[in-house]
Design a protein. Structure first.
Length: 67
């Protein structure tokens, strides 16, 4: 399965990360291929919930860790 980056309607650089039909994280698009990702609490283990800078490949790996 792949994830989708859904842009926010009002906030220009804000995105939502959707995986298997569920929004699992929020983030900010920096426009250079990097995102600040804030995983949602109920979909990840505690150490995976930390806000972090990620590129598209790393976001895909994070999505696979969700439950």
């Amino acid at each position: 399965m792949t994830y989708q980056l859904i842009t926010h309607d009002v906030r220009k650089r804000h995105v939502r990360i959707q995986y298997k039909g569920v929004v699992i994280a929020d983030g900010i698009d920096y426009g250079n291929g990097w995102y600040e990702v804030r995983p949602r609490r109920k979909h990840f283990m505690p150490l995976d919930r930390l806000a972090k800078m990620m590129n598209a490949e790393q976001i895909g790996e994070l999505c696979e860790k969700s439950f």
